[in-house]
Design a protein around this ligand. Sequence first.
Ligand SMILES: [Zn+2]
Length: 490
Amino acid sequence: MGKFLGAVALVVVVLLGISLWRASDLPSPYLDVPEVEAPNYDTAAIAQHLSQSVQMRTISWSPTADTEGDAFLAFHGWLAETYPNAHSALSRETVNDYSLLYRWEGKDASKAPVGFLGHMDVVPIEPGTEGTWTHPPFDGVIADGFVWGRGSLDDKSTVVLVMEAVERLAAEGFQPEQDIYLAFGHDEEIGGQRGAVKIAELLASRGVQFDWILDEGLTILEGFLDFIDGPMAVVGLAEKGFLTLELVARDSGGHSSTPRADTAVSKLARAVERVQSNPFPIEIDEADAANLRAIAGEMPFMQRVAAANLWLFGPLVKSSLSEPAYSAAQYRTTTAATVFNGGSKENILPQEARALINFRIHPRNTIEEIVARTKQLVGGDIEVSIYAKPNNPPAPSDINGAAYGLITASLGDAFGPIAAAPSLVVGATDSRFYAGVTKETFRFPPIVMSLEQFSGFHGTNERVAVDSLGRSVAFYERMIRRASGSETLQ
Ligand SMILES: [Zn+2]
């Protein structure tokens, strides 16, 4: 017995030793570069441009509504007027009437092109909330150090900041090594079928194959993690897929005075409950572990030891990730019963009931897998079919690849030694439609914001801080220069 306890103690000591050693060998999330002064750019002028862009009401109402073309055409005209050097250096074409595709011809046609994506449309203001805005949502007011209004973050900031960078470079006569495309869709907020889908089809028909594309996504967040000092750049290397399943239950009808054991409604209720109460488990796969590892070096001691030793503490870490909902959504395919319809009158036995369940698919899962799992959970009596157009999650980009290195290097150039880490975007972006025409995809607009501002996406008081806009433009400029192999700071 003594020998046994001794052996157990030895194993514990060895495990502890390995754990501590691994925990001390984690990379720092802070970029290893010196402090950088904000560039001497005219941020008031950049803010003015963003303000003007907000004032054009390029609203996407619904997938079945017509595009409000005049607002988009006004936006196109405004871009040409505001960025004259960019418009003489790049060619521009409209795609499906209202989306824009720019091409900046590179010096070396044999090099794979790269692309910057954004969208010009915005979501409407939720009826009844107009009066709760500090400044009217489409006035583009600049006050208290912010540009206020719908689209100031999502996603006119991306379009404007990319154009500012291109304008600066074009004005000095810069020409990139490889072709650079700018692709601005006009219906991202209602699914991208009229804009991004058409642009990607056009590029595919021309045989364009990007080395990488950069789209909207996560941003530079202040106060995102309590163990990180200062703002943290969160770069989306992957995004979730999308699937809605329709469940249909049927039963013979009749009068409610003589019911059988079940109705279509009660059958459906049980089926929905089975799906909702059997969520996909939280897992930490290789990509998730790499994302955790990127920030683990700054975690408090116990968390750091656990994150560095998932082989030992995996179950513990998984259970700690199940709350809050945002963190759980990073590590599993989510399940949300969103619509439930059945029955028409209190005394009629319903013959049919329908429900919709929305899944956001983690990159490790597939549509086929979810359909099969759902069918198994609800049993043969319930019909399960795919509702609307689903998409599998695109393949994640490489955390060790050259393109991610280009992003972090450009971040260091523009923002200095801030923290940067990769992540999974739980929403969907236009970039998913480009999966067939690009090697890698990154989702990251370089905009500094507080967590409260981050919640302004699609919400009230959407706004962007003026003081870091110069750094944001510098980031895009550095990306373009570095992609061309020009690494000297200018
Ligand atoms: Zn957006």
